[in-house]
Write a protein that binds this ligand. Structure first.
Ligand code: SF4
Length: 347
């Protein structure tokens, strides 16, 4: 269903209210922005979604989901860390930052044949998209060239391609596009107001600039954030507002639950109530009705029941495979069993 070549601009028409707890979507058409007024989501309006009775929120999100997607089909991506650890950035959740003492071992850029073998295995186990992640602040030209080769060869295998390589400089998005890249992942991570509590080595604007570069060459945008880092509900809503208010919201919106890794500054953060995570998925679905909402990191700690609620709330994409960059991910067999139990099919 999700085709980078056939993507059309989303319809931002506010969705009909389908609950007894009426959210007045007319209130969303607020002024004071360069964005078209109908695309504006105010943080307080998203907060009002969060505040709905749980059943009303889920019913509304699921109704929006059914209007835009097959509710029983889930897109499946596999993520491979092609260069691990030793990163100069200070993202407070990340075990790959060189400055934190974690168990992650640095590994140089993988060889092309190893990447292609992993891509084939991913395809054989049902993945439709293969994401390649490198722990860099941004790629140097000498690093980018072998990655371009990986992208073109993975694409030639019939997989959609995605890369997450850090910040892009002028001209790099063009090279990625020419190599056949379908998606570029670059998360906003959190709301602007909380961002400085998590990362200091790059700014929020740096992230938006990279997303602009990706968008300007018509590579599909994959951008979301991490929930459970100690942010407030208003800041969760603020992240969704940033994403939903983009002139063209991301085609893919990964919503990660913080995986706490010993040695990182965010280790020891109070765990988030799983139902608040489900509410975040639901609010993402309502505010970005045409985007694939991806249940990403943190699935291992959720169990089947919370994941099922997330699918009900509008999540329709997952990462599949045993490892998610450097942290664990439910094993392939467990995912297959869950899909069977829930009657889900893979896109
Ligand atoms: S999240 Fe990415 S940029 Fe941040 S420290 Fe980890 S690898 Fe580096």
């Amino acid at each position: 269903m999700e085709q980078s070549t056939s993507y059309s601009k989303p319809d931002h028409t506010p969705q009909p209210v389908m609950t007894t707890s009426v959210i007045q979507f007319d209130a969303l058409k607020s002024p004071a922005s360069s964005q078209p007024t109908e695309t504006r989501w105010q943080v307080e309006d998203i907060m009002a979604l969060f505040a709905l009775p749980f059943n009303d929120l889920l019913f509304q999100a699921h109704s929006v989901h059914r209007q835009h997607f097959d509710p029983n089909a889930v897109q499946v991506s596999t993520l491979l860390s092609i260069k691990t650890g030793g990163c100069s950035e200070d993202c407070g959740y990340c075990p790959q930052a060189a400055r934190y003492h974690t168990e992650v071992e640095n590994e140089p850029l993988m060889a092309l044949d190893e990447v292609l073998a992993a891509a084939k295995a991913a395809k054989d186990s049902g993945a439709s998209r293969f994401c390649m992640g490198a722990a860099w602040r941004g790629p140097k030209q000498k690093d980018l060239e072998p990655v371009l080769k990986m992208i073109s060869e993975v694409k030639a295998m019939g997989l959609q391609t995605c890369a997450t390589l850090g910040m892009l400089k002028d001209g790099q998005a063009e090279q990625l596009k020419a190599a056949g890249l379908d998606f570029y992942n670059h998360n906003l991570d959190t709301a602007p107001e909380f961002y400085g509590d998590v990362i200091t080595t790059r700014t929020y604007q740096d992230r938006l600039d990279t997303l602009d570069r990706v968008r300007s060459v018509a590579i599909n945008v994959c951008s979301g954030g991490i929930i459970g880092m100690g942010e407030s509900r208003a800041q969760r809503a603020g992240l969704l507002a940033q994403l939903a208010n983009m002139e063209q919201p991301p085609e893919s919106v990964p919503i990660n639950l913080l995986t706490q890794v010993e040695g990182t500054p965010l280790h020891g953060t109070d765990p988030l109530d799983p139902l608040e995570f489900v509410r975040t998925i639901a609010a993402a679905r309502i505010t970005m009705p045409n985007s694939f909402v991806r249940l990403s990191a943190g699935r291992q700690s959720m169990g089947d029941a919370v994941q099922a609620l997330c699918f009900m709330a509008g999540a329709n994409s997952i990462f599949y495979g045993e490892k998610l960059l450097t942290t664990g991910n439910p094993e392939v067999e467990a995912d297959q069993a869950l899909f069977t139990k829930l009657g889900l099919t893979k896109i």
